[in-house]
Design a protein around this ligand. Sequence first.
Ligand code: STR
Length: 401
Amino acid sequence: MVIDPLVGDLARETEVLRGAGPLARIELMGAEAWTVTTHTEARSLLTDTRLVKDVRRWNLWQSGQINETWPLIGMVDSGRSMFTVDGAEHRRLRAKTAQAITPRRLEAGRPAIERITARLLDGMARRAPGEPVDLKAAFVQPLPMSVVCMLMGVDPELEPRLHELYEAFFSTTTPQDERLAVFRELDELYHDLVIQKTEAPGDDLTSALILADEGGEPLTAEEVRGNLEAMVAAGHETTVGLILCAVRALLTHPDQLKLVLGGELGWGAVIEETLRWESPSTHLLMRFATENIEVGDRIVREGEGVVMSYRAIGRDREQHGEDADSFDIRRGGGAPVRHLAFGHGPHICPGAALSRLEASIALPALFTRFPGMRLAVPADRIRNRPVLTQNELESLPVFLG
Ligand code: STR
């Protein structure tokens, strides 16, 4: 099946993929690949060392069919970072980042995230009452970028430009010459930041990545830059998607919103169910087979690409039951829902705790400040942005109450 680059109907796409699984042939803007659509197969392939992230192992890359003219090239050829290497090198590139954003360490950052949240909410409260507000532009979009910039030591003055750059980076409709210019500008910006932090280290994760560990092999400037790029891109785009989808889910399931506001269930239940049901990362590109791999009655041939279709995986009926398509924060009777929205195995999202923390601050703050908030358009008029790999809404118009 052809994955729609414009993301016109995500519900239908997920349905078709699920029907075609566990392993299905897909076309991604001209490139053929496999996708994994079921929980069990995803778990096993995500720890299978015969699949690697190095784009040079891709047969379509080796043959030259895929090159920098491919609109999704930034998702598979983003330079050397923890996102693109495996094995011992991967552990070396990832260790410090993963250690820096554990739940315990992140607690120290909570007041700062609360401050940013309160500032954005104050801004919205000053709007004329009765006028619809785009919750995305006014609240959800700015928050994760401010947080990840603070974490990495990126000057807040760069945030507006970074928003523009990543909007073009992720959109499938960006003209390719413009996209390549965006890559260059981002590379330069982060290159400069690494130099600056090498000369004058600060109390941020970029500086920590530059400083050598005792006995350990220090990361090169290139590697620091790669990790920094990956962190800002991932920390921003995915968390915006998570918070937007959670707000929409609650506004369209008012009975469940009531359960949370009444204290019967925690915000954690909302966040985990949103991750499972919507999956901010809809299709994760890409892994490559270093030898033939049998999956059920199919064979992934050496050199072929494998995508993880996390939105379909979250709707797997075998894993989540016959009602996998309904949003239900009571699911599991209080036990945490076992989803794979943050992946699994060595590449499991190192920022998971940060995104959970951001959502667990933003959602209650928003709904307590504006308890009468409601959608300003029918739910079926809320569109996705043309971002093939992410579940990101175009806008979220609401009345604040
Ligand atoms: C964007 C561009 C870049 O410079 C580096 C990366 C690596 C990490 C990627 C990121 C990308 C795109 C969004 C991803 C992220 C890892 C997690 C995030 C794929 C390619 C998800 O959607 C899960």
